[in-house]
Every structure is written in structure tokens, then in C-alpha cells.
Design a protein around this ligand. Sequence first.
Ligand SMILES: NC(=O)c1ccc[n+]([C@@H]2O[C@H](COP(=O)([O-])OP(=O)(O)OC[C@H]3O[C@@H](n4cnc5c(N)ncnc54)[C@H](OP(=O)(O)O)[C@@H]3O)[C@@H](O)[C@H]2O)c1
Length: 252
Amino acid sequence: MNFDLPGFDSIVVAWAALAVPVFIYSLVGTDHVGRTGGNPPGPRVAARWGWVVMELPALLVLPAVYVSADNRNLVADLLVAAWVIHYAHRTLVWPWIVPRYSRPMPVATCASGFVFNVVNGLLIGWFLGYAAGYPREWLLDGRFIAGAAAFLMGAALNVTSDYRLAHMRRQQQGRYLVPRGGAFRFLSSPNLTGEMVEWIGFALMAWSLPALAFALWTAANLIPRALWRHRWYRRTFPDYPCSRRALIPGVL
Ligand SMILES: NC(=O)c1ccc[n+]([C@@H]2O[C@H](COP(=O)([O-])OP(=O)(O)OC[C@H]3O[C@@H](n4cnc5c(N)ncnc54)[C@H](OP(=O)(O)O)[C@@H]3O)[C@@H](O)[C@H]2O)c1
């Protein structure tokens, strides 16, 4: 199968541009997820199952589109593998690590995350399958190497911080505490900073509009969330370490 998608770049640019109002709306609005969330009306689903349903399209759609293009090459294979490893963990492992005490997720959040993952999976999968055609030399390009390093460092920061939080919460039987140790010495939500670094790295490795759009969307989702979390810590714990930052150690 081989097809051209007319206006593909315009579709991706429009999708990326949509992240801007979402970012601004989130910056001035309230969080709907987890402990810092307000109390949005509407039905909710157990956090674990919310994560599984929301992330499943990311795990399935991108590799399905890529494989169906029948146009594999080594670089694209590596990019798809990086994506699948991240989302296999996020969809099949992480939901069972999320403590049972976590606040139920609004169904609207789960549904919007589902759509978000379908769109990104389609766009990046289509690009890798139908449009990319990377030469092997791309593996030695500075952008690919720097991106791979950022992807791996971001993933390590994300996963170790997520697990530290989950472990702490389990030990405290669901109570909220000030996390200590690891990158929490410098940041309130190193898991979120790690996720952003990871997808910036992926965008560098892929050097493509859809991967850049995904990195922008991730930042639009997670920068406001990191700021909410930071403010919540400061409000909730009077002795919260004042040297910790929301997003970038020592800076912001
Ligand atoms: N790519 C994207 O656009 C995107 C979007 C969203 C999330 N994510 C990723 O999904 C993962 C989870 O995101 P998140 O926003 O839910 O992370 P989070 O706010 O750090 O929460 C993670 C888990 O730890 C618990 N927790 C957090 N801080 C705690 C504390 N001080 N004391 C006790 N328990 C605490 C939370 O409980 P509560 O739920 O009860 O607060 C939740 O179960 C992260 O790795 C994030 O990067 C990615």
C-alpha cells in the first residue's frame, strides 16, 4: 500500500497550533487530574483503568500505521521501537504501579487523552511509514545522537521519579507527602520534566514536523501541570524546600 496524503504538513501545523490555546487555557485554568485538580463535574473512572484506556491508542496506532505502510527502514524502526517501549510501559505497566488511592480520573480527561493519542499516533506513524525514508547515515548525525541521549536521559528521569512517588505513596498508605531524594532535591515534578526532555529528544531524533508537534503538545500539557503541582506543594507544606523549582533546576 502506498498513498500520498495531500496537505499533510498543513494538517500537522494546524494540529501543533492547537496546542497554543490549550496551553494558555491551562495556564490560567485549573488542573483536572490528581491531587491538585479541582472538582470537575461529570463521571469518573478508576485512575488505573483511565490510564490503560487513554494510552492504548498510542501503543497501537503508531506501529499499526507504520507497519501497514510496508516501507520499513532501520532509523524509522528504531524510532518506532523507542515509542513502543515508552508506551508499552505507560499502558501495560505504569497503570498497575499507580497507587489504588489515586483520585479517580474524569472520563472527559480520559476521552481527550484517547483522542490526543490517536491523532499523534496517526501523524507520526504516517510520517515514519510513508514520508520519512531516512538514510542509514542519519544514525551518525549529531541531531540523532543528541536526541537519543536526551530521550534516554528524559525517560530515566521520568520513570525513576514516577516510581519514587508511587513507592512513597504506597508506604504512606495514600497520604500526600513531600517527596525526597533523587531529582526531587531540585524539582517538584521531575517526572514531568523528564517526559518533556524525552519527547524533545524524540523530535530531534526524528527531525520531523509530527514529532515536533508532539513535543509541543507534551510541553503544553505538562508545563501548566508542573506549575500547578509546584504551587500545590508550596501551599500544602509550609516547610517546603524553597530551593526546589517547578520545571528547570535552579531557574524556574
Ligand atoms: N505526554 C504527555 O502529554 C503526558 C500527559 C500527562 C501525563 N504524562 C505522564 O504520565 C505520568 C503521570 O502523570 P501525573 O501528572 O499523574 O504525575 P504526578 O502528578 O506526579 O502523579 C503521579 C502519581 O503519584 C502520586 N503522587 C504525586 N505526588 C505525590 C505526593 N507528593 N505524595 C503522594 N503521592 C503523590 C499521584 O497521586 P494523585 O493522582 O492522587 O495526585 C499519582 O498517583 C508522568 O510520567 C507524566 O510525565 C504525560
